[in-house]
Design a protein around this ligand. Structure first.
Ligand code: SF4
Ligand code: SF4
Length: 196
């Protein structure tokens, strides 16, 4: 079995976490496979509204891809993407356009931007802050960095312009903690089915 970043960062898919009527990933995922092409943010033509009409023969990417909720036991039932309106996963942008895009956690709002500000979503974001990974939120295809917070993010991107030595040191330490993840994310031999 191929190991992906999802397996490494979030753990394996759990059989005791049923998707139920959730179809968030059938909308959110970008799929570009010989058997199915579907852009990010559009509902897959095989989706019935509550499940997959070709479940037994669905593409490999659908079989291997599972959101953070389906992998992390400490995420409660109300944080399943259809209940929360927000899907959490890990992603990367190759090539990265800034120091945070090598590997990051992302929260994608499906129908309402306000869902990114809900208590449940914020609790999950706070939980992920313990990991040395950047966190983005996404609404209608637009990504916004929410962790590290703006002052530190700016110091990480422009350390030479920062006069406060404490902030420069904080930025240096942040990059040091992130470096193994950034290196792993840049390795295109490691599989990570991407959002878009
Ligand atoms: S987003 Fe998660 S819970 Fe929802 S259908 Fe996909 S894997 Fe299942
Ligand atoms: S093929 Fe099935 S599982 Fe895959 S995106 Fe479409 S509806 Fe969802």
């Amino acid at each position: 079995m191929t190991v992906t970043f999802h397996d490494i960062l979030f753990g394996e898919t759990r059989e005791d976490r049923p998707c139920g009527d959730c179809i968030a990933c059938c909308q959110v995922l970008n799929i570009d496979e010989p058997e199915l092409v579907k852009p990010q943010g559009t509902l897959c033509p095989n989706c019935t509204g509550t499940g997959c009409s070709i479940y037994e023969t669905r593409p490999q990417v659908c079989r291997g891809w599972n959101c953070a909720w389906k992998r992390i036991p400490s995420m409660p039932p109300e944080t399943r993407p259809d209940a929360m309106g927000v899907l959490f996963t890990v992603d990367r942008h190759l090539p990265p356009r800034n120091p945070f895009e090598n590997l990051y956690i992302i929260a994608v709002a499906q129908e309402r931007e306000e869902d990114l500000s809900s208590r449940d979503t914020q609790d999950v974001i706070n939980m992920f802050k313990a990991a040395a990974l950047p966190i983005f939120v996404q609404w209608q295809g637009m990504k916004t960095l929410v962790h590290p917070e703006p002052v530190l993010a700016d110091a990480i991107m422009n350390p030479e312009g920062i006069k406060d030595w404490r902030l420069r040191e904080q930025a240096r330490q942040w990059l040091e903690r992130y470096e193994p993840f950034a290196r792993a994310g840049a390795d295109d031999q490691v599989l990570l089915p991407q959002l878009g």
